[in-house]
Design a protein around this ligand. Structure first.
Ligand code: SF4
Length: 76
């Protein structure tokens, strides 16, 4: 799967990075970025990543199938 960050929404709270450091990091501009693997569809879902998606304060995170076409979470 891959992770997308809606850069129009992300406020750089860093909560997702604490929950899922295996999948997300803060970029130089202070917004979250998916790390290698999670940016290109090679990442595996972890409990921390599911938490990060659920608790992002501005609902900026979405999980997609490896091809990027199908949104897995939150459900469409
Ligand atoms: S939790 Fe949401 S708002 Fe905070 S850094 Fe992550 S994506 Fe951005």
């Amino acid at each position: 799967m891959l992770v997308r960050v809606d850069r129009d929404r992300c406020i750089g709270s860093g909560m997702c990075v604490l929950s899922a450091p295996e999948a997300l990091a803060l970029g130089p501009d202070g917004q979250a970025l998916p790390v290698a693997g999670f940016a290109d569809g090679g990442g595996e879902l972890t409990d921390g990543l599911a938490e990060a998606v659920e608790f992002c304060p501005v609902e900026a995170l979405t999980l997609h199938s490896a091809s990027g076409g199908h949104r897995i979470d939150p459900p469409e």
